[in-house]
Write a protein that binds this ligand. Sequence first.
Ligand SMILES: *[C@@H]1O[C@H](CO)[C@@H](O)[C@H](O)[C@H]1NC(C)=O
Ligand SMILES: *[C@@H]1O[C@H](CO)[C@@H](O)[C@H](O)[C@H]1NC(C)=O
Length: 378
Amino acid sequence: MLSKIIFLLSFCIFYLHCVSGAADKVLCYYASWGANRPGDGQFTAEDINANLCTHVNYAFLGLNDDGSLKILDNATDIENGGLEKVAALKQINPNLKALFSLGGYAAGTQLFTAVSSDATKRATMAQSAIEFCQTYNFDGLDVDWEYPLEGDRQNYITMLSDIKQAFEPHGYILTVAVAAIPTDAAYDVPAMSNVLDVINVMTYDFHGSWAGVTAQNSPLYASPLDGEWQKDNLNCNSSITHWILSGAAPEKLAIGVAFYGHAYTLADASNHDLGAPSNGPAPAGEFTQNMGTLGYNELCEFHKDGTIVWDDAQKVPYMYDDTLWVGFDNPDSVALKAQYAKDNNLAGVMIWSIETDDLHALCGTKYALLQAVNDNMK
Ligand SMILES: *[C@@H]1O[C@H](CO)[C@@H](O)[C@H](O)[C@H]1NC(C)=O
Ligand SMILES: *[C@@H]1O[C@H](CO)[C@@H](O)[C@H](O)[C@H]1NC(C)=O
């Protein structure tokens, strides 16, 4: 026993990431509206596997004009018990943390700009977040402001600092979701790295049907087809590298993993390579109802006959099925992203979003993507 402890200690001294416990976080965004999807697309808060996440980020809450937090969908979040069911997951996994995710792309920037620039509203926001945590038995807040611009730079970090300070006596967690390219938004990266518990980097949506030719949603590395700027900006590795070079501590960064793909309509079904001409976004999927993207579960349920090609340069697959083309992630590619988090001593992996995983094992394994992330974290 003692020799085993001594062995482990010496191992940890040689491998410092063992001591710092880096790359051990699996931050799971849960899109609460998944509870209202039809058929096999339905994924309620009770369907979350509490042992495959370290954090559940409940998306989304909104802001009131005075800075207080706002429930956006009373039926889903309160009446049907969405928030309560997420908190109840902590009975299954006592180490699990539940966070409110505030904002999101659709929420826009106006309220964030107004609240962050006003000291009274910032204080109200922090106090309201504490009260929400107490009321719903949550453990913190994830600020998903997409995106602070140049004029917000100081107010953004002041807002985060004020919240963190108010959270301190309660031990609540503060995280953010950020753009893949740090220079695109007004981030004081070193200050953010000091204040925040985790910075969730949205390393996806690098390419989509807007480009006119097929390309990957979330490539780990560059493609030989990329130009110089693309090589250095439009993949997970370049993004994480830039965040570190901008002053983020690696152990504060979570690499974003997408449980959906960007879906295109091919101009010609027989030309289905990377860079093939596309007529635009593929039609919306039955579950996610969004033109140009498909959940992993939709690929499993409706496109089993599609041909899957492994893109070895970018370490992600793509699939084609007649005129449908999708650049997506599968268990192999998410495993490599988890491995990347470990190799680079990151905080871990962030997922947008767990309710489009293969809940019904239609591709073979229940929670196939989240399971693959976990298998490569431990
Ligand atoms: C939300 O639902 C609860 C439970 O039905 C109800 O008590 C509350 O008044 C509702 N709040 C709003 C803002 O509709
Ligand atoms: C990772 O990204 C950085 C920054 O773009 C680049 O210098 C480096 O070569 C990349 N690593 C790999 C293995 O592609």
